[in-house]
Design a protein around this ligand. Structure first.
Ligand code: PMP
Length: 399
């Protein structure tokens, strides 16, 4: 016997498990609403034209693939800072930002978690209830005790803001608070500007450490507006962490392009922070890959490609909004005594549909329509070909 002889089987990932079950289903009319990716009106994962054109440019250069610096591609890092913090950002101009390229948004969160675990080890990490299912596991894997703060209220389909604020007011000093910058996953319910301001005030008063997760910049109102929460927090004289991702906004899921940024008190502090972050990276994977970052940098640096990308991102955003409205109006006709208007108000790819576990199971068994057990459905997986079938099935299971 070895140390592996009694190794238990790990539980399946709740979301990737849905996709495995979907792939094994032979029903030709099956629909996967469990995924976390944007698909177009044909149900296909898009390759953006801006990305393809940038790749053409990169290919003609035929550059060799040396190691990148530990912190990543410099051109990319600069573009991340401009996009996330804004061109005229004071923290950017004052040299107080430290940005490192990361393996997607997940990688940015994990670098931040490992960094915090080294230098702020006694803190707890608080995540929203509910949250992206990897938040808890990721921070626990980094060694933190993870707790949650109230967020979604199923009664109102909104944020239970009073409870949220009261809970944060009771957080121990130094608590790391993970906040979804926009397009809350899984609920689709976002905070408004007044609520962000109120959270910001509590963060300062209680000496909390905000860690913003910006995985969907551009999927709610546009790249600038979706970063307002980041901009609010960057006005504060406290450390702030931001993990951002281009997986969705560039449809570059498999290239693993993201970043972690820390806002520091001074240029000198930023240098010390960067040196330690480089150590975290060096002992994990040494340095990041080249391709995805050079695509994003090439697009964002070139005004034409940049505009093309903004247009393509806008088209994704608008298609999702259109499908939300279509779903709501079809459901209104099919089930007139229930109000699904809240679905049209939600932001980003996801919707907490209000389906319970029994309904989710029935959708799967009787109709080959796959949702996450929590009732989360991906609106970006709806299209005009599958909408009718989805509405019919929803009507059957809800009635
Ligand atoms: N945070 C949230 C809230 C997410 O929804 C996701 C992606 N599902 C991520 C982070 C990670 O994104 P990436 O694929 O870039 O690692």
């Amino acid at each position: 016997p070895s140390f592996l002889t009694h190794l238990p089987l790990a539980p399946k990932d709740p979301i990737l498990g849905v996709t495995e079950a979907f792939q094994a289903d032979s029903n030709p009319y099956k629909v996967n609403l469990g995924v976390g990716v944007y698909t177009d009106e044909q149900g296909k994962l898009p390759l953006l034209r801006s990305v393809a054109l940038a790749e053409d440019q990169i290919n003609t250069l035929k550059t060799a693939r040396g190691y990148l610096p530990i912190e990543g591609l410099g051109r990319y890092v600069r573009q991340v800072q401009t996009l996330v913090f804004g061109e005229n950002s004071p923290v950017l101009q004052e040299g107080r930002l430290v940005t490192v390229q990361s393996l997607g948004g997940t990688g940015g969160l994990k670098l931040g978690a490992d960094f915090l675990r080294w230098f702020h080890p006694a803190a707890e990490v608080w995540i929203s209830d509910p949250s992206w299912e990897n938040h808890r596991a990721l921070f626990e894997a980094a060694g933190f005790v993870v707790k949650s703060y109230p967020y979604y209220d199923p009664e109102t389909h909104g944020v239970d803001f009073d409870k949220l604020i009261r809970t944060l007011e009771g957080a121990p000093r130094g608590t790391i608070v993970v906040l979804h910058a926009c397009c809350h996953n899984p609920s689709g319910v976002d905070l408004n500007e007044a609520q962000w301001q109120a959270i910001r005030a509590v963060v300062v008063e209680r000496g909390l450490i905000p860690f913003l997760d910006l995985a969907y910049q551009g999927f709610s109102q546009g790249t600038e507006k979706d970063a307002v929460s980041v901009r609010y927090f960057s006005e504060l004289p406290i450390p702030v962490l931001v993990a951002n991702s281009f997986s969705k906004s560039f449809s570059l899921y498999g290239e693993r392009v993201g970043a972690l940024t820390l806002i520091c008190a001074s240029r000198e502090e930023a240098q010390r922070v960067q040196s330690q972050l480089k150590r975290v990276i060096r002992t994990n994977y040494s340095n990041p890959p080249t391709h995805g970052a050079s695509i994003v940098a090439t697009v964002l640096e070139d005004s034409n490609l940049h505009q093309l990308w903004e247009d393509e991102l806008g088209a994704m955003r608008n298609r999702i909004r259109f499908m939300r409205q279509a779903l709501v109006s079809c459901l209104k006709e099919a089930i007139p005594d229930q109000d699904f208007g809240f679905v049209a108000e939600q932001q980003g790819m996801f919707s907490f549909s209000g389906l319970n576990l029994a309904q989710v199971r029935r959708l799967r068994q009787d109709f080959s329509i796959y949702a996450v057990d929590s009732g989360r459905i991906c609106i970006a997986a709806l299209n005009e070909q599958n909408l009718e079938r989805v509405v019919e099935a929803l009507t059957q299971v809800i009635r």
